[in-house]
Design a protein around this ligand. Structure first.
Ligand SMILES: [Zn+2]
Ligand SMILES: [Zn+2]
Length: 327
């Protein structure tokens, strides 16, 4: 197999040849068709998350086919098309697993962070955490669903069943969630960084009723807002934009510090929440919605060897939609 490997914090990824891995008990070997590049990969590369396991192969939006299966794999067949998400393993016995919130497991493994991921030709996954994908959609446009879509979905649920929804940061997750929210009959208000007219036009094309910059006030108070951009200064801005009792959901795994803000922005029962990881049930629910909502994913596909370019493009915001690597 070949893989783009991160050997130390902040280093460029390097192509390595390795022996093809052999799946152990309960594991599958997946030949990768496409793997999306997510902002979380930048946080792993920049060592903004604790306890990265070096050397690590990043990537947690994997679409591929099962090439080999270890013993004790149920529910999958050789040749099946599967998706491998961020949640790679949970312990099943901790308090959170027992409570049905495996996204908060005390001893989890995460794909492309604490176990090897999808910037590669092949990967090993715990079969229980791989989603069957069927044959709908091509690999490139399906890959971003595995994190941008899934975490986006979980954050949309957290935002509540509300009408006026603000989306701060209109990248991979934002453009997927906007389409689901519009399909559900909600009014979407899209907030981008200053001067990003392309993203604002893109949001309007996807059905947003309003698009502007993050420091602007929307034309009507929002019922809820979801923040996808990793910028802490958006938190007080979003709190300012939501109505009494409204929610602000932080959907990223990492954010720059939140500046201090007057208590009156939180007052009147506004709520500030974060979303962590995903559960397998989120995936089951989300992949039922995808064909119904007819989501169109905007992607920029690059060969696996150009992973560093894809990362640089994502870092500077020079992308509409999602970057995807193809081995
Ligand atoms: Zn657990
Ligand atoms: Zn991700």
């Amino acid at each position: 197999m070949r893989a783009m490997v991160l050997s130390a914090p902040g280093k460029p990824l390097q192509m390595e040849e390795r022996e093809d891995p052999v799946p152990g008990n309960g594991e599958i070997l997946v030949k990768i068709g496409a793997c999306g590049v997510c902002r979380t990969d930048l946080h792993v590369i920049d060592s903004e998350l604790p306890d990265v396991r070096y050397p690590i192969i990043p990537g947690h939006e994997i679409v591929g086919r099962i090439d080999l299966m270890g013993v004790d794999v149920t529910g999958h067949q050789i040749g099946d098309r599967v998706g491998i998400p961020w949640l790679g393993y949970t312990c099943g016995v901790c308090r959170y697993c027992q409570l049905g919130v495996e996204n908060l497991c005390d001893r989890p493994l995460f794909t492309g962070y604490t176990r090897d991921g999808g910037f590669a030709t092949h990967t090993i996954a715990d079969a229980r955490y791989a989603f069957p994908l069927g044959e709908t959609g091509d690999d490139v446009s399906t890959a971003p669903l595995l994190c941008a879509g899934l975490i986006g979905w979980r954050s949309l649920i957290m935002a509540g069943n509300v009408e006026r929804l603000g989306i701060y940061g209109f990248g991979a997750a934002g453009h997927i969630v906007a389409q689901i929210a519009v399909w559900q009959g909600r009014s979407v208000f899209a907030f981008t960084r200053a001067g990003d007219v392309a993203a604002q036009d893109f949001a309007r094309q996807l059905g947003a009723v309003w698009a502007g910059t993050s420091d602007q006030s929307p034309p009507a108070a929002l019922d809820a807002a979801i923040i996808y951009a990793p910028a802490g200064e958006l938190v007080p801005m979003a709190l300012r934009a939501v109505r009494k009792g409204g929610r602000v959901v932080c959907a990223g795994i990492h954010m720059s510090d939140i500046p201090s803000f007057p208590y009156r922005l939180l007052w009147e029962e506004r709520r500030l929440l974060s979303v962590a990881n995903l559960t397998r049930q989120d995936g089951i629910d989300f992949f039922k919605i995808v064909p119904q909502a007819r989501i169109h994913i905007r992607t920029t596909a690059l060969p696996l060897s150009e992973a560093n370019d894809a990362i640089a493009m994502l870092r500077t915001g020079r992308l509409l939609g999602a970057a995807v690597l193809q081995p």
